[in-house]
Design a protein around this ligand. Structure first.
Ligand code: DCP
Ligand code: MG
Length: 437
């Protein structure tokens, strides 16, 4: 197998760090997030800030015990919505560097950046950029492990928390793992650890040194794969999920704007583009997401699930506008994005189609004109002369756009078997000129 470069990114004291970010007076203090807050006698600790950990407080401990260990700590209830938002913001940063991102929990993900070196540099360089961008744009610290396998990257990210960066070079995996306690290896729980202790196995290196047939006799197939992993071998690839899961557009303004008319027109143009692409792919979207970045590069995304899936401009536009309006007030907007996701086949959904038939026929007639005479043929009056790259067009690299029905495939489009990338990642990439990165 060729050498891969895999990153494991894990946020530090995640829930507690979000609280400290949003309430500066909590920085440097022991903060415990869990249950319904200080009044919740039966709750458990979800997250403890590193200051709280000095008192021996950790996740899954009862809040009562945490309080006993540090009565002066600030106890806060879990506020999932804010953590989910922060999680999405971080995942969006990760996708700038590769489409191969596999989120594995709310605060951690694997990235395969093997093919990203020409654009962004080697693994350690990308890891440093991710840490910087997460700190500057989301206000959180992340620990990152860089290695040739998922297993080693994950162990590495945990080793120098918080704000750590640990790089394990190719060929160094076994030497890196060797001295670590056996419990760090995936698939080794308390029972397996106890059984291995009978063979004097205390470290991962001890296990790697056992004769494989002995391990197989005692632990079966599971044992064989344990020994492989102890030697640093782990062929599991980074799974990026379904590539054809969203359709989106982003637009960076030449000059940051707070002009509501410009903002609305841009959202409308993007909604129109997104809806057209959904229709030509024969799918409808259940969720609309807007992305907003201000002049200081703070980026937020807001998401809403529609009462009914759609492939039409109006519901996408009105949802995007409703999400964006309260956020952009008084803001100098640098970038806007509209994405439709949560996609389902149109045929399966037609039972629920509440669109007025005449309206749908008009929309389909306009689609067919655009197909025959070009994307610009039918445009809303409001978008004319708006200075937008209107209409927002299809992306040949998005598998959804490639399956568009009745649309001839241009010869300069990549062949269908090339890995798909979603528009979001591409626009992100375009958007980081070296002077701003
Ligand atoms: N979490 C939880 N209950 C647990 C463990 C975790 O609710 N038993 C939540 C709160 C954490 C978040 O998931 O903030 C991420 O879990 P981690 O294991 O990554 O822990 P932290 O990010 O809090 O700390 P660390 O710096 O060790 O990663
Ligand atoms: Mg974490």
């Amino acid at each position: 197998m060729t050498n891969r470069t895999i990153l494991h990114v894990d946020l530090d004291a995640f829930f507690a760090a979000v609280e400290q970010r949003d309430r500066p007076e909590l920085r440097g203090r022991p903060v415990v997030v869990g249950g319904a807050g200080s009044e919740d006698a039966r709750g458990v600790v979800s997250a403890a800030s590193y200051e709280a950990r000095r008192f021996g407080i950790h996740s899954a401990m009862s809040l009562r015990e945490a309080y006993r260990r540090c009565p002066d700590a600030v106890f806060l209830p879990v506020d999932g919505r804010r953590y989910q938002q922060a999680s999405r913001d971080v995942m969006a940063i990760l996708r700038r560097f590769t489409p191969l991102v596999e989120p594995i929990s709310i605060d951690e993900a694997f990235l395969d950046v093997s093919a990203s070196a020409a654009l962004f540099g080697d693994g350690p360089t990308i890891a440093r950029r991710i840490k910087t961008e997460v700190r500057e744009e989301v206000g959180l610290t992340a620990s990152v492990g860089v290695a040739g396998t998922k297993l080693v990257a994950k162990i590495a990210s945990d080793l120098r928390k918080p704000d750590g960066l640990v790089v394990v070079s190719w060929g160094e995996e076994a030497a890196f793992l060797g001295p670590l306690p056996i419990g760090r290896l995936w698939g080794v729980g308390e029972k397996t650890a106890a059984a291995l202790a009978e063979y004097s196995v205390r470290t991962i290196g001890d296990l790697a040194a056992l004769p494989p047939d002995l391990v197989v006799r005692r632990f079966g197939k599971h044992g064989a794969s344990l020994v492989e992993r102890a030697r640093g071998l782990d062929p599991d690839p980074v799974h990026d999920g379904d590539p054809a899961k969203s359709v989106g557009h982003e637009h960076t303004f030449d000059v940051d704007t707070s002009d509501m008319e410009v903002i609305e027109r841009t959202l409308l143009g993007m909604a129109e583009g997104v809806a057209g692409r959904l229709r030509s792919a024969g799918v409808r979207a259940g969720t609309v997401t807007v992305k907003i970045r201000d002049d200081s590069f703070r980026t937020i995304t807001r998401q809403r699930t529609l009462t009914e899936p759609t492939d039409l401009t109006d519901p996408i536009y009105s949802t995007a506008l409703a999400l964006a309006r309260p956020e952009v007030r008084g803001m100098r907007v640098r970038l806007l994005g509209v994405t439709a996701s949560n996609l389902g086949e149109r045929e399966q959904l037609s039972l629920f189609d509440a669109t007025e038939p005449r309206h749908r026929r008009a929309v389909e007639a306009a689609d067919s004109l655009r197909r025959r005479y070009g994307e610009g043929t039918v445009t809303r009056g409001r978008l004319l002369g708006a200075g937008l790259p209107a209409p927002f067009e299809r992306d040949p690299r998005n598998p959804l756009d490639r399956r568009s029905r009745g649309v001839p495939v241009d010869s300069d489009e990549p062949p269908a078997d090339q890995p798909g990338r979603d528009t979001q990642a591409d626009t992100e990439v375009d958007e980081i000129p070296p002077d701003e990165a």
